[in-house]
Design a protein around this ligand. Structure first.
Ligand SMILES: [Zn+2]
Ligand SMILES: [Zn+2]
Length: 67
């Protein structure tokens, strides 16, 4: 399994519930680089962590999970 970069729980897609498995080394590296957009290989949506709701998206202008 791959841990979420934000909460370190197993990374699961909020959209479809699939466990995220990086299909390529590029995807794996992107996980540790803030500002990279990662799409779920299963549903094609931008990956959002099921646990902490953090989106793996390029835009950092919105932080809906911050309080
Ligand atoms: Zn998370
Ligand atoms: Zn998905």
């Amino acid at each position: 399994m791959v841990p979420c970069a934000y909460c370190e729980k197993p990374l699961i897609c909020e959209e479809c519930g699939a466990e995220f498995v990086p299909p390529t080394d590029e995807h794996y590296r992107a996980l540790s680089e803030p500002g990279r957009t990662i799409e779920c290989p299963e549903c094609g949506e931008v990956l959002v962590c099921h646990w902490c709701k953090a989106p793996y998206a390029a835009s950092d202008e919105e932080e809906p999970w911050a309080d």
